[in-house]
Design a binder for this molecule. Sequence first.
Ligand code: AVJ
Length: 318
Amino acid sequence: MLEIHLDEHDIDRELRADVTTGLAADPKWLPPKWFYDARGSRLFEEITRLPEYYPTRTERAILAGHADDIARLTDAKTLVELGSGSSEKTRLLLDALLRHGTLGSFVPLDVSGAALEEAVAGLTADYPGLAVRGVVGDMTRHLAHLPDGDNRVVAFLGGTIGNLVPAERAEFLSALRAALHEGEWLLLGTDLVKDPAVVVPAYDDAAGVTAEFNRNVLRVINRRLSANFDVDAFAHVALWDDRNEWIEMRLRATSAQRVTIGELGLTVNFAAGEELRTEISAKFRREGLENELGRAGFALRHWWTDPAGLFGVSLIQA
Ligand code: AVJ
């Protein structure tokens, strides 16, 4: 079952607004959510299997080690997953929560109706007795539409919270806190600050998959807005911003480019060497995260990492 708070028309309007604003800005930027059409989602899946990209497998191992703790500590009746995508790691949690005996429903929320439909169908077949209800929505805007219940656990995994800049994060956490009752839970995955020699290759892999993923945003704009970006004239850039402690992905025009965006009646010029920012992926420290959570009215109750301290999973209470 799918509940839709966001349709193709809303998404189209949002894309037009983002492209209009971002390409007129100096420096130019585009929000990372536009990477994920069918091809972009496939490329991201491929990234998660790269030797350099540690976050996915590390988070999975942490969850595998603590899923039973999470079940025991929360007594979750409803599991909500934000940005669920393929819901693969979710199964670890569902299995543990069902073993524990409290779970009755699962609510994945994602912007992609197609991905969600597939996930819901698979989960409904594999978990008879579990009520699975997909919500098509934007996790930064549709938190108020989460189904009510008690003992809800909201999972936001993968480190995706790092795609938000600090002000957006504060706004997101406050909105989520407002949508929860006191005592309910947030299960949050955060990539951690570490040696740039480890983190940079995760965003600039030897096989060039991340470069293709990055350039995919230009293909999305070409297709959806009748634009004519010469995709191969943009080089992938991944750099560590030491002050902000985030990875920044950019696309650098390797020569001067004039791009027309047919649907917007817009022409955009890039100087040779000009960069377009396509993603930030912030890395966290426990203390900083605890402070941010506190300001939003949350308390960090449990903190789990892998032995090398690459990735953090925290269990947070409203
Ligand atoms: C899915 C947002 C967690 O920031 O690591 C992977 C996306 N970007 N490689 C991340 C991504 C480049 C990923 N998140």
